[in-house]
Every structure is written in structure tokens, then in C-alpha cells.
Ligand binder design. Sequence first.
Ligand SMILES: *[C@@H]1O[C@H](CO)[C@@H](O)[C@H](O)[C@H]1NC(C)=O
Ligand SMILES: *[C@@H]1O[C@H](CO)[C@@H](O)[C@H](O)[C@H]1NC(C)=O
Ligand SMILES: *[C@@H]1O[C@H](CO)[C@@H](O)[C@H](O)[C@H]1NC(C)=O
Ligand SMILES: *[C@@H]1O[C@H](CO)[C@@H](O)[C@H](O)[C@H]1NC(C)=O
Ligand SMILES: *[C@@H]1O[C@H](CO)[C@@H](O)[C@H](O)[C@H]1NC(C)=O
Ligand SMILES: *[C@@H]1O[C@H](CO)[C@@H](O)[C@H](O)[C@H]1NC(C)=O
Ligand SMILES: *[C@@H]1O[C@H](CO)[C@@H](O)[C@H](O)[C@H]1NC(C)=O
Ligand SMILES: *[C@@H]1O[C@H](CO)[C@@H](O)[C@H](O)[C@H]1NC(C)=O
Ligand SMILES: *[C@@H]1O[C@H](CO)[C@@H](O)[C@H](O)[C@H]1NC(C)=O
Length: 488
Amino acid sequence: MKVCGLSWRRLVQCLLTGLLTAGVLYCFLYFHFSRHPHSYPTSHLDLQASTSLPISPHAVTWSGAGHDVTERATSEGMQHLREFQSAAHHYWRKLQDLLVARNRAKFPSVSYWNCSCLWESDADNHTGNATLLTTNVTRLKTPQDYLAETQNCTRFVLHGGFKMAAVSEEELAFPLAFSLLVYKDLDQVVRLLRAVYRPHNVYCVHADRKSPDTFHSSLRHVISCLPNVMLLDTAVDVQWGRYSVLKPEILCLRMLWQHATKWRYFINLTGQEFPLKTNKELVQILTAFRGANDIRGTQHPRFSGRWKKNLPAPYNLTVSKGAVHIVASRAFADYVLHSRVARDLLTWATQVRFPEEIFFSTLNHNPHLGVPGSYTGDIADPFKETFHRFKLWNTTGFPHVQPCAGRWVRGICHFGVHDVTRMTRSPRLFANKFSYDLQPLAYDCLEEWYWHKVQLEDSGRPPPLNVSLYEESNIVKFRYQGPVLIWQ
Ligand SMILES: *[C@@H]1O[C@H](CO)[C@@H](O)[C@H](O)[C@H]1NC(C)=O
Ligand SMILES: *[C@@H]1O[C@H](CO)[C@@H](O)[C@H](O)[C@H]1NC(C)=O
Ligand SMILES: *[C@@H]1O[C@H](CO)[C@@H](O)[C@H](O)[C@H]1NC(C)=O
Ligand SMILES: *[C@@H]1O[C@H](CO)[C@@H](O)[C@H](O)[C@H]1NC(C)=O
Ligand SMILES: *[C@@H]1O[C@H](CO)[C@@H](O)[C@H](O)[C@H]1NC(C)=O
Ligand SMILES: *[C@@H]1O[C@H](CO)[C@@H](O)[C@H](O)[C@H]1NC(C)=O
Ligand SMILES: *[C@@H]1O[C@H](CO)[C@@H](O)[C@H](O)[C@H]1NC(C)=O
Ligand SMILES: *[C@@H]1O[C@H](CO)[C@@H](O)[C@H](O)[C@H]1NC(C)=O
Ligand SMILES: *[C@@H]1O[C@H](CO)[C@@H](O)[C@H](O)[C@H]1NC(C)=O
């Protein structure tokens, strides 16, 4: 796993070696392409996972490993990182040209079932075949399969369905940053990554330390084929309800912040979800957010037991509890990473239970701080809708439980086939959660629906999207727009 280890000397050595290699390759590519602008010889550009990709993200992974959450890199280290990323960026642009010229990606579709009925209506006659619902019709790819496929990155990227070309100007002008916290089901992880992947966005992936070695090594190979996807080198042992859930998130956010791409919004995902909106739609929706964050929050006393004994919180902040999913603006991320308030709150939050549900939510619901994009309205307002997830709950105190066609696991619906129609009609951005084995058709058909929309977009006939629902939402209406009020 560890390419650079944790010591500074090794990291710097490693970065320098990487820089040199990237520089040499860049020069080669530069001269090669400037002399032969229209020839794209494949042999030089086969992105072999281990050899010809000098900008393997592992060489630039962030080593902020220690327990000190406020740890920062030295400016020298950051300078190296920036230069390195810049070289990587140039290389990537050249690669792009190559791929654009030869994009032959086949979009995923289901051969054993006509999914389009399911997208449109949930009538029983479509899915009455119980055998079909539960059998494994599609063979899942194993970590070994991915290890073999990624031996030739060019083929993996081109034939694996990763969308390399035809990204609209609108999307290019609005890059997104994603973090993915994953620990199992590699095939689902790669299919999720493939769906959200666009060449101009940035991605940070964290794999749980407890995951098997085969999972780690295959994932690393997949990622090394995709230069704008970075693997967090610090594999944290993620324990439910503990700071270890939040830690990789912060490390990822920091790594994404250091990236040369000036992304506009941050979205975090787990391996078991799937997008309901294409990248183009996400861009339209997030543009309509106009800087607002989509972060849940409640100050219901029911939850206060989790932090009561640790009160007061720093700056006497009102603590609120959110969900484990967030969609946050770049300015919010800046506040989270660099303000003293956030730093002190994070140190405090490590002591409480479920800090991952408290930290971001609290920053988003203390309007006197003036956190960019935060919520200034009434937190108890029942019309304060959030859009980040289509997720069904059935736990005590949850008022309106919707039916789950799959199975309830610890109060969360693992989707079944009959849930798909509701998802395709939902204004939410991502669906959580899928256990592929439960009813493979649910995932397969949703995936086909997603790629079908992408195809429509590519052919200039995008499905209609009415963003007024987002524009008129309370999180947007009551977003904080002024200057930051308390930073120190
Ligand atoms: C699938 O069903 C839709 C409508 O229900 C129909 O228009 C389409 O032709 C069908 N596709 C195939 C391949 O049978
Ligand atoms: C469902 O079955 C009914 C009766 O068999 C049929 O009339 C209807 O067209 C079917 N629905 C679709 C969308 O195919
Ligand atoms: C259900 O689907 C399976 C797999 O496609 C098929 O073998 C079986 O004949 C179908 N059963 C019915 C009743 O349609
Ligand atoms: C599907 O295959 C997986 C292994 O790939 C297995 O664990 C699971 O039990 C299978 N599910 C069904 C319903 O057969
Ligand atoms: C890698 O795949 C590409 C595209 O399929 C192919 O042209 C090339 O020959 C392959 N390279 C190697 C070394 O097999
Ligand atoms: C902290 O906040 C609580 C409740 O909001 C308030 O009662 C208390 O006076 C505040 N303490 C200080 C020192 O401001
Ligand atoms: C997303 O970010 C929130 C806020 O920090 C965090 O609590 C949560 O663990 C993250 N969730 C995922 C799935 O990464
Ligand atoms: C919610 O869970 C309870 C207890 O497990 C169950 O009885 C109830 O049917 C579930 N509600 C729905 C809508 O599935
Ligand atoms: C968009 O939705 C809003 C309600 O959310 C509605 O008033 C408006 O007419 C819709 N616009 C279009 C073009 O459909």
C-alpha cells in the first residue's frame, strides 16, 4: 500500500523522483505531439498500470497520517506537490486528446431484461418473475478480474466504459470533487466510480484498513489508470460511530483542496450508492444552489445525549446532528479546512459519539459564524428539504416510513427492483443503499437508466430537468451570502 511511507525524507525523495519522471515524460510527449499533432501512436501511450504512468497518484498521496488533526504539510512539501500536480496536469491534457480521438466506450446495459419499463412504471407485470429478481444474472467482476483488466490501462479505460470525451463546456467550467469511502464489493465500487467519473473532476478514494489485500491492490490498480483519481494512502481503520469515520473524510477533503483543479462543490459517497443525476445535471443543480450547502441538521433533544457531557462546544456553538452525506461548496470546504473555529470544533468532536454526523452539520447551522453557504433559516422548519440522498429509513421516531421493496437492514432500506421507479422520478442526487446480491436487477437497471440519460445528453437530446425546485428550496433561499464573520 504505502509507496512513500510516512517519513518526510522518503516522501520528498519520492516526490522528486516522480517529478523527474513526469517531467521527462512530459517533454517527450510535448515534443512528440507538437511534431505530430495528428498521430496518436498507441504503443507509446499504453498506460501500463505500473510503468508508463509516472504520475501515478500514489506518488503524490497525502501523508497526513498522524493523530494530530491539525497537521499541515510544510510549504516546501506543498510546493513539490503543486509542481508535481502541474506536470501531471499537462500529461493528462495530452492523454485527453488521445482519448477524445478514440473514445469507443460502450455504455453498460442489461441484456437479460428490458429495463425501460421499470424506469417508467412500477407495474407488477414487469417484475413478477421472482427467479429473475434474485438470481445473479450478471456475473460480478472479482478483484482478480480487475487486476487482469488493468494490466493495460488504455484498454481498461477505453473499453471499460469510463467517459473520457464529450464533456460539455458547462461541465468543464464547473468541476466537482468527490470523496469515496469504500471497504467491500469492488465491482460496485468501480461501477459507481465509472458513473461519476469525468476526466476534469477530482476524486479521492479511501479504502478501509480492514479490507482484504486483494481489494486494496485491485483498487489501487484501477485508480492508477485514472490520473484524476487519488487514493488516500493512509488506510484508516474505520469504526462505526467513531472519529475514524470522519478522519479519512477530512484527509480526503484536504487532498482534494491541494489539487490544482479549482473544483466548485464537494460531494462525498460510499461504495454502496449510485447517482440519480448525471454530471451535467449535477452541474445544473449545483449551479442553482448558488453557493448553498446541502447538509442536514437537527437540534432535537433526542440526540443530545451523544454530546451532552462534552458541552460546551468551542465558541459555545449550538451543536446539531446531520446525516453522513454532504454536498458542500468550495468556500465551505475552505472554512472547514482552514478556520480556527473548524479546527477547534474538530478537536472537540473527536471526543463525542458519531462526530461525522455532528461536525459539518454544526458548522452549517450556526449562522452567527458566517460560514459560506450555511443555513440561516429555522432548523426545525419542516420545509427545509435536502437533496443529497434518496434513502429510506425505518427507525424509531421516523414519522413517515416509505415501503422498501428490498430489505431493511439496521433501519435502512437496501433497495429492491420495485424501488427503482421512485428513484428515477426523485429530485434527489444519489440513491443509498444497494446490496447488489439482494436484487441485482435493481442496480443493473438503475445503472442502465443512468447511462441512457448520458447517451441522450451526448446526442444533444438531454432529458428535461426543471431546476426551479432546487432554486426555490429553503436551503438556497436561506443560505448565508455575506462575508465570514468568525474565522479565528
Ligand atoms: C422495451 O420496452 C419499451 C417500452 O416498454 C419498448 O419501447 C422497447 O422497444 C423495448 N425494448 C426492447 C429491446 O424490446
Ligand atoms: C402490464 O400488463 C398489462 C396486462 O398484461 C398490459 O396491458 C400493460 O401494457 C403492461 N404494462 C406495460 C408497461 O407493458
Ligand atoms: C423467469 O426468468 C428466468 C430467467 O430468465 C427464466 O428461466 C424463467 O423461465 C422465467 N419464468 C417465468 C415464469 O417467466
Ligand atoms: C450472488 O453471488 C454472490 C457471489 O458473487 C453470492 O454471495 C450471493 O449469495 C449470490 N446471490 C444469489 C441470490 O444467488
Ligand atoms: C493495450 O490496449 C490497446 C487498446 O486496446 C491496444 O491497442 C494495445 O496494443 C494494448 N497494449 C498492449 C501492450 O497489449
Ligand atoms: C452558551 O450558550 C448557551 C445556550 O445557547 C447560553 O445559555 C449560555 O449563556 C452561553 N454561554 C456563554 C458563555 O456565552
Ligand atoms: C461525508 O461527510 C460527512 C461530513 O463530514 C461525514 O460525516 C461522512 O462520514 C462522510 N460520508 C461519507 C460517505 O464519506
Ligand atoms: C418498519 O419496520 C417495522 C419493524 O421492523 C415493520 O413492522 C414495518 O412494516 C416497517 N415499515 C415498512 C413501511 O416497511
Ligand atoms: C418547473 O417546476 C416549477 C415548480 O417547481 C413549475 O412552477 C414550473 O412551471 C416548471 N417549469 C417548467 C418549464 O416546467
